[in-house]
Design a protein around this ligand. Sequence first.
Ligand code: GLN
Ligand code: ZN
Length: 764
Amino acid sequence: MLKHNLGFPRIGKKREFKRACEDYWSNKIDLSTLFQVGKEIKRENWILQDIAGIDLIPCNDFSFYDHVLDMSLLLGVIPKSYSSISVIKNHIDLYFSMARGFQKNGWDIKAMEMTKWFNTNYHYIVPEFEKNQKFLIFSNKIFEEIEELKILLKSTKKIKPVLIGPMSYLFLGKEKDKTFNRMDLLNQLIPVYIKIINKIKNQGVNWIQLDEPILSLDLSKEYKDFFLHSYEMLSQCFSNINVLLATYFDGISENYSIVKNLNIKALHIDLASDINQLENILTNIKNSNMSLSLGLINGRNIWKNDYKKSKHLIEETIQCIGKNRVMIAPSCSLLHVPIDIGYEKSIPKHLKMRMSFAKQKIHELVDLENIINGDKDLLDKNINIFNTSQFFYDKKVHKKFFIKNEDLKRNSQFKFRKEKQRKKFRFPLFPTTTIGSFPQTKQIRIIRSKFRNNNLSRQDYEKKIKFFIKDVIKKQEEIDLDVFVHGEFERTDMVEYFAEKLNGIISTENGWVQSYGSRCVKPPIICGDVSRNKNMTTHWINFAQSQTKKPVKGMLTGPVTILQWSFVRDDQPVYKTAYQIAWAIREEVKSLEDAGIQIIQIDEPALREGFPLKRKNWKFYFDWSIKSFLIASSVVKDETQIHTHMCYSEFNDILNYITELDADVITLETSRSKMELLKAFSKFSYPNEIGPGVYDIHSPRIPTVNEILDLIKKASELLPIENIWINPDCGLKTRTWEEVMKSLKNMTKAAKIARKNYRIKQIK
Ligand code: GLN
Ligand code: ZN
């Protein structure tokens, strides 16, 4: 029974990687220092896994930015705009220019597109293919890493290089233009994969891991055929090397027919995300020679493995296919969890013993092997942990679990609420607002961090934040917006802010996880029943409202987003946890309303990324996520206006769900898709009010009045004009004040011109 790992975090124990990359980008260190830091991280990771006793240690799982971009470099998939930057002299600078863009020496090349890696919070650089894309072995990174590990281990026996398989690699990319289908490139791509694998074989390596996570998606018949075809071609190099095909993030039962016929040594399945697939796969795999790698240890969450459960699964598998054909592993790469629980000093002991970060997960594999070999002590200890380490329990919270129908409904339907709200607010046609945050200047960051580290008294902190709020209100008067915000200066992060204030959620000191490139996030941990014991936002919102006659929006993060961007407790179904957060947010909504706040925005930017990978699971997800939003939002009077914000631009297939959220106003990201997405809203006759973003906040460019007017015109052709709001497409916290003032002034100017043009009298 082999114990192996699919990938280890590459950010270093204390984010050494982040610092080194950023120092290199700003010319503070040279290339050899950067490589030295990389080497050190790899070495530490490998030694840790080797000492623990792992049988197959991954290599090429390290990356200086992103493993998909590594793959593009390996295969020579480099768009011309980057390969033609003549001042770039080496691979790594070329690589960084693709990841981050290149603005130097008169060059101004944008970064390549980045998008979310399946349903995780990791982002990859989208490969871009040309019509007659040539593939070749361009980078030597993988071969060099194999040599490094060889020297360290003094043998090749345990080395298992990781590659993204050809099908997932093509699938995750995009065509430069629409004149061809990227699957047409398979016949050119496969021969290069064969060359790579042959070269790896020549290095004396016995194992290779091909990641094909797209097997966890719904694949069309066409894709299934492509898959079989490409692996048929590829398998000519599978002799004298053990190929492990790795799938993860969901079950593969639907696509098992593809895998069944592949000429591979072993198949890895993710049992943390789909335990039910095991039975089906065992029945099918039984009469073949294929080994089965059980992804038992959850690579997406931070809780200890339940050894009793795993033991049972391993034994069932051994019984079916024999011990020799069984492998055990984490469910997916450990990239998605922090490195070492050992650095956490403030997590209460009874919780900490229930937790397991990457390093601990590696040791869990070894424990499981020992348990299978009869170590009863280890098993008992683990059972004992599960029996004694209760998550924080709160009787009051459980009482609320009974959701009544009226908890999910506003008092009246939107058409009646709309009338009441219009009478009350008397907004002009095309009312203007922003999404919430205003520029987070260095000064603000310093003040927050001083306060956090007890270097600034609460009184002084309050004074300073209030100063910024006063200032942002004055600026919004000057811009002449219709609905104001308080600016979110007290928040470092929209989830962390609420996580710190709610019961049942804790933060870590060093629990960093890579999000993209050098950027890491520190997800909070939901470790008990969630509740709110005091107001979280009213203090700041009330102050902001006291400074102006214009309505100030109360600004909250929605329950689904808080859940999605945290590590979630594993002892109850996620929907229960979502409902608990929703009740807490509902109380805050009520407090805001009671305090006289008339408009409340509940942001749900993560609703979309929470979608299950398979369509068959959508209904269930929507059921609880919509209910969560409704619990949080429907407590208010008809006259109180509920806004929500979502920042992505694919709604076509989910409009009926979005409608069920029944927010009075939804603001969206549409400026980059030039209102294309509104066609869907229009066709669907979306009933409520809607603020399509009229400019892209992700770019420093100032939109012109005419450009914005154009978009307003387009929107007006597609939607009832009295339903249209005018706003930027996301929060402004990453922009400078100069950009924001100019852009927003152009925006309000455009709205005013549009009002005149449409000559529709304000509803009186
Ligand atoms: N209110 C938040 C802000 O403006 C929304 C952020 C988001 O959509 N991710 O920053
Ligand atoms: Zn947004």
